[in-house]
Structures are given as C-alpha cells and as structure tokens.
Design a protein around this ligand. Structure first.
Ligand code: HEM
Length: 502
C-alpha cells in the first residue's frame, strides 16, 4: 500500500501542479514586451498617429492587448465584440477616467464632466448638464447662431472664389475659425472678429490647453520622480496655462454677471448662452453640494475642449474623404441641390430629408473618428475574455481600429456611405463597430450639438461650391496624416479650389 502511494505521488503532484496552473489562468492579455522601468512608455511617446500604431500592434498581439506605462497597466481594446463588453456588458466597471496631471489641473481637480472619475458627483453633474446644457431642445435653440455663422463663412469663400479664377482656400483654417466662433457664441454669447486680438487670445488659450492636456508628465506614472516635470519646466508651463485660462474665465463671468438685460424670464431662458445657464444653476443651488465658480470654470473648459476641435476634425475629415471619392461627392451634391433648389443656402430644416448626406457623415465618422482612442479606467478588478484585469487599469478603446474590424464590416477600409443606407446601424453608441461618440454611461453628451454643427456646415459647403484640387494634384495625393492629441486633426491643411455654382 505504502509502495503504491509512493509510486502514485509523482502523478498526484503532476495533477495538482497542472490544476493550479489552470486555476491561476486568468493571466494578463498578450501585448508587446516593454522595457525595464518604463514598460511601453516609449511606444506611446514617439508615434504621431498613436491610434494607427496601436492598431498595427493589435494585429500582431490581438484585439485585447496589455501594455504598461511605467507601473500602470494599460489595456487596448480593438474589436467591436470587446468594445461591447467594455462599454455595455461591463460598463459599470470600465466607466471611470484616468486622473492625469494636465487634465486634472485644467479641470480644477476634475470638477468638470469629461475628466471626472466615476462618482456620485459626476453622476449628479452629468444629469444636470444633460438636462440644461446638452438637451436636443438646447441644441436646437442655437440654430440661428449656426445658420448665421455658416452663411458668413460661405460668403467669405464666395468672395475669394469670385476674386480670381482658381483661388486656393485653406479650408482647415476656415473651418477652425467657424467652429471657434460658433462655440464662443454658444458658450458665452460673444462674437470675436476672426482675426482680431481677442480671437487670437482665445485661440492661443485653447491651443495651449489642448497641448497641456495631451502632454505626458512623468508624475502621472512615477510619483517619486515628479521633480522631473519641475526640472523640464512642464509644471511651470502647465501652471501658466491654467492661470491664463482662469483669468479669461473670470473676465467672462464678471462680464456676464454685470450685464444689464431687463427681459422676461421666458426671453431670458430662450436666449441664454451656456455661461448664463451655468451662472443660473449656481445661483439656484441645483446640486446637493454648492456649485462654486471653479465648477463653472471647469464646465466652460469642457465646452471649449470638447466642442471646438471635434467639430473641426469631423468636417475636415468628411471633406477630405469626399475629395478622395469624387463619385460620392457628386452623388451627395445632387441630393442636396435637388432638395434645396435655388433657395441660396441649406437651412437646418432640410437636413432630416438628406439621407445620403447623413450616410456620408456617418461613414466619415466611422473611418476618421475625431477621438480615435477613447480613454477609460477600470473601477475594480474584473475578468475580460478569461483574463484578469486589475482595478485602476487605463483602458483605450481604439475606435479607429474597431472601424476597421473585418468581423464587423465588409471591406472596412473603403469609404462607402451606402453601407449606412436602409440599415439600422447608427453612430450614437448602440452599434459597437462605429463609436465616434463613445457609448454607455460616458457617451458624449454633446452629440446633438456636435452633429448639428457638422451636418449643416458640410451641407452648405457642398451646396454652394464645386470643389477642385490644386493644379497638378490627384485624389490619391491627398494625405490623411494626423496631428497628435486627444482629438485628432488633419496634420496638413486641406487646400482646395472652390468653384462658385452658377
Ligand atoms: C462631432 C463632434 C463630437 C465628437 C465626435 C465627440 C466625441 C466624444 C467622445 C468619443 C467622447 C468620449 C465618450 C466615451 O467615453 O464613451 C466624448 C465625451 C464628451 N463630449 Fe463629445 N464629441 C463631440 C462634440 C461635443 C460637443 C459639441 C460637446 C459640448 C459642447 C461635447 C462634450 C463632451 C463631454 C462633456 C464629454 C464627456 C462625457 C463624460 O465623460 O461623461 N462633445 N465626446
């Protein structure tokens, strides 16, 4: 019996060893090997098109990829199936945001919505904002501003087009000016002269803020080495950016509070800009804890940061895609021109009767999502695809890669708007193969305002002009390189020749 036991021991050991290995299975997902101490930090800092770099890595390592930024675990999600798991099935686990120094500083320690971690505060603030700032009704109330600003831009291009036979227009610059003026009027009711000093000041503030937020700080990954950010001057720069922004917000607030506008309550509510609404909410004490001026400023920051570049990027990528696909351009122009006839401009009422224009914009937002890497953070330990995922892991949902998921899309790399016709796939977070606005609890609340800006601008550009490339250029010469940043803009300006319709 003892001999039998001795003989059986190695077998029992082998069994237990294998069993334990199996039980320990929830391993980390595969991913590219990192370097000692820094992990994969070098792979995040160097490439300009980070989303494309990560997409290429995911083709080698899989649609769930594990990396490390210093000691911080990072997950990259690159398939529609996994995006559904992260943004729907396990949304309650994946719905926080990483706390990063630049974003934390400029959002008054996360008193905004976009960079605030998931918490009761975020829930309350988001609820109030969705009702008062981001509702469909509120987005519609800004219609006269949109129509006015877009008409001004079209008139400017018309004047240029009439001035010589083949004038080249920097459409990227025109559209950036438009998106900035639109947001300034919507957010604080002021129309800056596009080339005036106040406009230059505002543009610089927004650019500096975008850069400071997208910057990588050593302190985010190694608190022990936070002195490095001091030494490199990054902290001082961040502080200076915050101070300039703070002064700007303060001036706007003072100006709004001392504005003399004797009007009825209804008139006031109808004409309120976003800052008016925020001041009213502060005075009415709508949150369980008091709103302070810092809360108001943090929310203003969200509107500037989230509203300007996303609209600019969407419009410019759509025009870029159309210039590369002249047949699609012709088809959508025919649709718009047949509906609007000789009215002279496209009013917002027409938009819902332009299904092909909608399909064109959907397809462009699929292939060129303005925020290609959607940042999230896990709230607690969880299991994803049999892998063990740690609490406080940074998560990037790669919307750019997902749009190229061959399991979800036929011929995914082709710009083919017809795929959105006569089908129920929408871009508002219900279908996980196309996520320009994200999905789940953190889905973009500015979706109606954003889409209204993009649709009306593109419709008018296509209605009013025929667009040609500069002499000697072919469709295939138009590049799609992008600038680094949270919102991805086209790197090289889109230079086109507008031909006024006769
Ligand atoms: C075409 C234009 C726009 C695009 C493509 C876009 C895209 C996005 C995306 C991808 C997110 C992250 C969603 C997620 O985590 O699931 C987001 C969040 C957000 N967006 Fe937009 N956005 C646009 C316009 C706007 C506008 C006009 C505003 C406000 C004026 C806005 C305000 C916000 C805010 C406040 C958040 C944070 C939401 C939260 O964390 O709870 N966005 N947006």
């Amino acid at each position: 019996m003892i001999l039998l036991l001795i003989l059986a021991l190695p077998v029992i050991f082998m069994y237990l060893f294998h069993k334990n290995r199996k039980a320990a299975k929830p391993l980390l997902p595969p991913g590219p090997p990192g370097l000692p101490l820094i992990g994969n930090l070098h792979q995040f800092v160097t490439p300009t098109n980070l989303h494309i770099h990560l997409w290429k890595l995911s083709r080698k390592y899989g649609s769930l990829m594990h990396m490390k930024l210093g000691p911080v675990p990072v997950l990259v999600v690159s398939s529609a199936k996994l995006a559904k798991e992260v943004m729907k099935t396990q949304d309650s686990v994946f719905c926080s945001r990483p706390k990063l120094l630049g974003q934390q500083k400029l959002s008054y320690n996360c008193l905004d919505i976009a960079f605030s971690p998931y918490s009761d505060y975020w829930k309350e603030m988001r609820k109030v904002s969705v009702v008062h700032l981001f509702s469909i009704k509120k987005a519609q109330s800004f219609r006269p501003i949109r129509e006015d600003e877009i008409s001004r831009m079209v008139a400017k291009i018309q004047a240029l087009a009439s001035s010589s036979d083949r004038v080249v227009v920097n459409l990227s610059e025109m559209v950036t000016d438009l998106a900035t003026t639109l947001i300034c009027r919507i957010a604080f009711g002021t129309r800056y002269d596009e080339r005036g000093s106040e406009s230059r000041r505002f543009n610089k503030l927004v650019r500096d803020a975008q850069a400071a937020m997208a910057d990588i700080y050593v302190s985010d990954y190694y608190s022990l080495f936070s002195w490095v950010d001091k030494l490199t001057g990054k902290l001082a720069h961040l502080d200076a950016t915050w101070k300039s922004l703070d002064m700007f917000y303060q001036e706007l607030i003072e100006d709004h509070r001392h504005r003399n506008r004797p009007k009825t309550l209804e008139e006031e509510e109808e004409e309120e800009d976003i800052l008016d609404i925020l001041i009213r909410l502060k005075e009415q004490n709508v949150l369980s804890s008091n709103l302070t001026w810092d809360h108001v400023k943090a929310m203003l920051m969200d509107i500037f940061i989230a509203g300007i570049d996303t609209s600019t990027a969407s419009i410019i990528w759509t025009m870029t895609a159309l210039m590369k696909a002249p047949d699609v351009m012709k088809k959508v122009q025919i649709e718009i021109r047949e509906l609007v006839g000789r009215k002279g401009k496209v009013d917002e009422v027409y938009i819902q009767n332009l299904p092909y224009l909608r399909a064109v914009i959907n397809e462009s937002l699929r292939l060129y999502p303005p925020i290609p890497l959607i940042p999230r953070e896990t709230m607690e330990d969880c299991i994803l695809e049999d892998y063990k995922i740690q609490a406080k892991s940074m998560v990037y949902v790669n919307a750019w890669a997902i749009a190229r998921d061959p399991e979800y899309w036929e011929d995914p790399d082709t710009f083919f708007p017809d795929r959105f016709l006569n089908c129920d796939v929408d871009i508002k977070g219900h279908h996980f193969g196309v996520l320009p606005f994200g999905s789940g609890r953190r889905i973009c609340p500015g979706i109606y305002m954003g889409l209204a800006n993009v649709e009306l601008t593109v419709a008018n550009l296509l209605y009013s002009f025929d667009w040609e490339l500069q002499s000697g250029m072919q469709e295939q010469d138009i590049d799609t390189d992008s600038l680094p940043g949270i919102t991805v803009l086209k790197k090289n300006p889109l230079l086109l020749v507008p031909k006024k319709r006769v």
